[in-house]
Design a protein around this ligand. Sequence first.
Ligand SMILES: Cc1cc2nc3c(=O)[nH]c(=O)nc-3n(C[C@H](O)[C@H](O)[C@H](O)COP(=O)(O)OP(=O)(O)OC[C@H]3O[C@@H](n4cnc5c(N)ncnc54)[C@H](O)[C@@H]3O)c2cc1C
Length: 550
Amino acid sequence: MTGPVNDQQAKTPLCPRWEARADLVVIGSGVAGLTAALRARELGLHVLVVTKAAVADGNTRWAQGGVAVVLDGERDADDTVEKHTADTLTAGAGLCDEDAVRSILLGGPAAVNALRANGAVFDHESGGLSRTREGGHSAFRVIHAGGDATGAEVERTLVAQAGERRIPVLEHHIAVDALRTPAGEVSGVTVLDRNGVPGVVRASAVVLASGGIGQLYQATSNPEIATGDGLALALRAGATVADIEFLQFHPTVLFTPGARGRCPLVTEAVRGEGGTLVDGAGASVMAGVHPLGDLAPRDVVAAAITRRQALAPGGIDDHVFLDATGIPGFAKRFPTVYAACQALGIDPAVDGIPVTPAAHFSCGGVVTTADGRSTVRGLYAAGEVARTGLHGANRLASNSLLEGLVVGQRAAEAVAADLAAGLLPDPSRGRLPERTSAPAAERDALQRVMSRYAAIGRDADGLAAAGSVLDLSTQDSPLWTHKAVEDAALTLVAQAMLSAAALRTESRGCHVRSDFPERDENRWRRSQVIRLSPSGQPVLAEAASLEGVA
Ligand SMILES: Cc1cc2nc3c(=O)[nH]c(=O)nc-3n(C[C@H](O)[C@H](O)[C@H](O)COP(=O)(O)OP(=O)(O)OC[C@H]3O[C@@H](n4cnc5c(N)ncnc54)[C@H](O)[C@@H]3O)c2cc1C
């Protein structure tokens, strides 16, 4: 059954037909999830990974540009973690948590070295690791693998390690809701197996590593799994989320007429190595826009492209061009981008690459400390689903794989420490959720209104219109299928984003309001924190909740 339900049906109790137990259940098998699971195993915890697709399916394996890290002996002579911190704070447009930024970036070199020790191979050139520079970075500190296939190498390494260490992974199992003790602590999750058969995993702790939310939009660089399930689960479990209005649009995905779903990315490193953005008439898009020109932070570049597209003679143009004709050996340096171009009959050596901005990275998420503790005891989060304070209003390019490696590991360590200190609940006390349904909108309608009204260049009328359309196309649906769980998650996350975006009457980082184009330092140099009201609506919570992390 997938249609609407009446109140009686909504309260139909879940009848789990299978049960598993672990010290720790990790939701997701991308960089953050597998890193957490591997560290948990090292610490002697009984860990189980639940993932709704195949083990390697996630944003991680699509990452192209690389990992931003300042490694000893593999850096520009004057580069330091402090400089990396400063660049991150600048990109974050006043909303980063400086302590979290410093702490996570300081953890980067050890995390990357551990990954390399476990078999990850990064590209080399004479004298050491090959490093590139991406938008917003003041130094060459982005290491990469396979040219532009860094995420695939990170995922390959972690999957191989998980296999070698026999970490159990339940593939094609989707986590639905948290089990909670009478005191509100999280102590496991309900899960649907690949056939939709319900079960429970009881555990002293849950680490959410469920990735991003790109599927809120019609055009996105994210694969189909990026439906915000972890955010919805966390909200329904009583946790807080923050900075959800800051959804980064990648300035350059390959423009394919009529494309929907995941669009191939054209990595920023192409601009790092000399590519320039031009409009249909061949005029520079970035000239005079920002001192860093084509290497400006991605929010600046994405907004500039959107403005240029809107100015096109004869109405809105759907793309501009990336001129990479001056980059020698393009096919070898950027094999993934080259293959995607070739599939469209484009040769970057002679043709401009048609590009447009697309939904890419969620800067906000479940509020956590820099070691993954959320505001609810027993619930931890790491990777793109988490809001540690590293990204603020705009992520600095290539900081997210690093965050997954560092915080994934720390989240496992936090679980081990909290277990040893007797702080975590007895899993047998976890109760099933009372409601087994949630409001869900029709996915096409949701993606259409979010793309039209809640992308770059939002305004009050459009955000209100999007909210109304969403309300009209939303009905209570039982969470009995994978699709229903995803649709309910997309709906809740869209509602949260629309509320936060409507309230923030300024432009900052990747939140660009056409009716409030300026940054308002007096009023808005702060994060907005959201939780669910008793009736299940996302509402603004006190900003103090940012400090109230368990
Ligand atoms: C095209 C592209 C290029 C990028 N390039 C870079 C780059 O160069 N450098 C960089 O640092 N970052 C880059 N990023 C961002 C980076 O890849 C991601 O932020 C990062 O990989 C997220 O890792 P994660 O472990 O948090 O989530 P993911 O890798 O997305 O994994 C999420 C996991 O959660 C599972 N899951 C989700 N919901 C559920 C559920 N309900 N139940 C069970 N399982 C669930 C999924 O199946 C998946 O296994 C890029 C992203 C994209 C899309």
